[in-house]
Structures are given as structure tokens and as C-alpha cells.
Design a protein around this ligand. Structure first.
Ligand SMILES: [Fe+2]
Length: 431
């Protein structure tokens, strides 16, 4: 018997769309049939392949559910001082690898974070932001039925000081090194150099009622199945070698196109993250994740099962955030786990493919303030996005990944070119 299942080159090729297909339902039907055919040609069935990832994920779900029932903290927590000194224990590293998320305690001194928070208030108030605010710039989160309390502000001195700080670079390098920066004979990114991905801030006031933000993920939408680069990145899911699927392998993810959207991420991020600018208790409408990195394999294969309509990718479509939910992913939803109590100056991180949400809250105690700063290491994708970031930085515009709101163009007290340090210049590709 010839085992073609181990010769990936002879498997049927996949159609691909490097820009969003004009007829989405037709393209979804076509790619689903092609993915199934490819898996079948490897000698396995879709059901069999899905079962492998389901087993792997179930083990983690049970473990997390047991920890939660026992009142344990599911999220790994590591002190900044240990990261800086290189004294993070093997057990802590193993837990980070298993859970794919992390709280860094004391990433910044608490007073510094609180100072940044009040500097941001001064920055927006001195520029009459609240009088001029025109409402949300898009409906990107419409598919999960809620809206965040986000300020579309990118270029405050506080944000830029944090982005270019040595402490941020230390944590980013640590997180990047959890990934295999090299695989298949290629070095995919430079773990020691960040690209200063500019994102927004969230400030949710005391007493706030909020619906939170439904469970979703950020790495892309239909492009995850439909572009050639992502088909190669997720190759092990579709060629019968699912046992080799590694959520920490960046192969083929650090170049290649992303489908456009009014809110998107052109950058490759190893981890999403934010830095706390206020203390936040764990029951005050905080971030949750499904802390299982390999759940991405489950999410990618789930639409291929026979109970999903032929022209449906479990609700994923272009220009809307990728939803995760009880309808299609009840197993994963069981593992949804919130962060522990956070102090201003702590930072919170989660693997770029990970499902996350913000819990609802009524009459919130204390503020809920964060600045979003991810780990986005230097690579071809981030280098190319850095060109438009430089332009946005110089003109005070909204970065091109975000709605075209441009509040800060006339704000005289925004962070300036001369305020950049070496990390800042390198991150923007200016050195
Ligand atoms: Fe998100």
C-alpha cells in the first residue's frame, strides 16, 4: 500500500484569494470542499482530524475547569523583577507555555502608571476631546453584540513613553522568546526588536455599566483559511499531520497579506497585551481568555464538520471580528478564565490567536483603565506596516489599521519626533 499521507507535496492544492473574494458564500463553499479533499487525500477524515484536536483541547479544558472549581488562579503570574533578572522558574515557564497568557506583576511602578493615567486625562481634556468626540468610528464589534469604551487616541506622551521604554522591551523580548522565532530553516522575526504597534486606550469610569465585549479572536477573518500564507501557516491542520500543529510556530505568518477591514491588525503580534493604568478587581468587568493556545486548531477545523452550512464558516466573515460562541464552540467556552486582581503598572498578555472577552459589569467599582501595547516583533510584515505607522506618527493621524478618525492631528502636546529614544526610532524603522 502506498502511504501518500506522508508526502504533502502530492496532496491536492488549495484555491486561495489574496484579496477578499467578491462572492463570499461561493468562496467559502469552494475552500471548504478543497480543505476536506486535501485532508481526505492524506488518508484521514475531517472527523478523525478534528477528534485529535478536540481530545487535546478537552484535556486542557478539564484541567482549567478543575482549577477554577478549586478557586485557583488559572492565569500564570510572573514578577517583572524575575523577567528582568532572568530568574523565571522552569515551572512558571511551563505554565506560560501551556496557558499562553500571562500577568506581569510590577511591570511598571504603580506611581508611574497612575501618573500616565492622569497625563492621558490632561492630554485629552486639554484638547477638548470629549466635546469633539463623534462616537465609535466603525461597527467592527457588531458581530459580538457589544462596544468597548475606547478612546481612539494613539500618540499621547504617556503611550509613547511606555511603548519605547526599556521595561516594555524586556517583557516583549521575554514573550517573543516563548515562540520559535526560527523554524523550517527560516528566522521569521527578531525577538529582540519590537515594532511599537500603536493602539488605543480604554478608560472605563467608576460606576459604569458595561455589556463588556463578547468572546472573539483578533488574528484575522476569512483570510485565515483563504490566503496562501495562512494556508501554509496552518498546514498541519489541513494535510493530515495535525499532531505536528504547533501554536508557537510563526512559520508563514510574518509576511503575506491580511484582508482589509476598518479595524484590523496588519502586524504580526506574538502576544496581545495591555498595561493597567488603574487597579482593577477580578470581578469588575475584566479580561477573560480561553487559555488554551491550541484551541486555534479547533476553531479552524470546526467549520469543516457536517453540521455547519456549506457557505458558513461558523459565522466568520470579512470586516467583522472573528466570533467564538456557545453555538459552535461550547467546549472552549467552558474554559473561559478571567484575570486575577490587577494593580496599576501590571501588564496582561495573551497569545495572538487566543479567544478573549471582556466581562460585563454594573456599577463598576474603581476605574478600568488600560493602554493596549502588544508584542509585535520586527519581521517583514511589521516592517512594512511601520512605514504607515511613521506617517501616522509624524502627522498625528489614526494608524491605518484603525478607523480614520484623526483626532490628534492638531493636538500640540502630542509626543514628538524629538522625544523618541533609540528603541522608539528602531521600532518605527527610523534607525
Ligand atoms: Fe480583541
Amino acid at each position: 500500500m502506498t502511504l501518500i499521507s506522508h508526502d504533502r507535496d502530492v496532496l491536492p492544492a488549495l484555491p486561495h484569494w489574496e484579496t477578499p473574494p467578491g462572492d463570499l458564500p461561493a468562496a467559502i463553499r469552494e475552500i471548504k470542499a478543497a480543505l476536506r479533499a486535501r485532508i481526505a487525500a492524506s488518508g484521514r477524515t475531517v472527523e478523525e482530524v478534528f477528534e485529535v484536536i478536540e481530545r487535546r483541547v478537552t484535556e486542557q479544558v478539564e484541567k482549567i475547569a478543575a482549577e477554577q472549581a478549586a478557586g485557583e488562579t488559572v492565569w500564570p503570574v510572573i514578577d517583572y523583577a524575575d523577567i528582568e533578572a532572568g530568574t523565571v522558574s522552569a515551572a512558571e515557564l511551563a505554565k506560560l507555555y501551556e496557558r499562553g497568557c500571562l500577568v506581569v506583576r510590577g511591570h511598571f511602578p504603580r506611581e508611574q502608571a497612575l501618573g500616565w493615567d492622569s497625563a492621558i486625562v490632561d492630554y485629552v481634556e486639554s484638547n477638548r476631546f470629549f466635546q469633539n468626540y463623534r462616537g465609535p468610528g466603525d461597527n467592527f464589534f457588531g458581530s459580538v453584540g457589544s462596544k468597548p469604551e475606547i478612546y481612539p487616541v494613539y500618540w499621547s506622551p504617556a503611550q509613547m513613553q511606555a511603548r519605547q521604554s526599556g521595561r516594555m522591551a524586556t517583557v516583549q523580548a521575554f514573550l517573543n522568546s516563548q515562540w520559535r522565532s526560527e523554524s523550517e530553516g527560516t528566522r521569521w522575526f527578531d525577538p529582540e526588536r519590537d515594532s511599537l504597534y500603536p493602539d488605543r486606550i480604554r478608560r472605563r469610569p467608576e460606576g459604569a455599566d458595561s455589556d463588556g465585549l463578547g468572546t472573539h479572536l483578533d488574528p484575522g477573518t476569512l483570510d485565515l483559511w483563504m490566503t496562501e500564507a495562512y494556508q501554509r501557516a496552518f498546514r498541519h491542520l489541513f494535510d493530515g499531520s495535525i499532531e505536528s500543529y504547533d501554536p508557537w510556530d510563526p512559520a508563514h505568518r510574518t509576511a503575506g497579506p491580511q484582508y482589509p477591514g476598518s479595524t484590523m491588525c496588519s502586524a504580526f503580534r506574538t502576544f496581545q497585551g495591555w498595561t493597567a493604568l488603574s487597579d482593577m478587581d477580578h470581578d469588575q468587568g475584566v479580561l477573560h481568555t480561553v487559555p488554551i493556545p491550541e484551541a486555534m486548531g479547533y476553531l479552524m477545523l470546526r467549520p469543516l464538520l457536517s453540521d455547519v452550512a456549506e457557505d458558513d464558516m461558523c459565522g466568520v466573515t470579512t470586516n467583522q471580528v472573528f466570533p467564538a460562541n456557545d453555538k459552535w464552540h461550547p467546549l472552549l467556552m467552558r474554559a473561559l478564565a478571567g484575570i486575577p486582581d490587577i494593580k496599576a503598572g501590571d501588564s496582561v498578555w495573551w497569545h495572538c490567536d487566543m479567544i478573549h472577552s471582556v466581562a460585563p459589569v454594573t456599577n463598576q467599582q474603581g476605574w478600568g483603565n488600560v493602554m493596549y501595547i502588544p508584542a509585535a516583533p520586527w519581521c517583514p510584515r511589521n516592517e512594512s506596516y511601520a512605514a504607515s505607522v511613521r506617517e501616522a506618527f509624524i502627522t498625528g493621524s489614526s494608524p491605518s489599521d484603525f478607523p480614520d478618525e484623526n483626532y490628534e492631528r492638531d493636538w500640540g502636546n502630542r509626543f514628538r519626533y524629538d522625544d523618541l529614544n533609540e528603541a522608539g526610532r528602531r521600532g518605527l524603522g527610523l534607525d
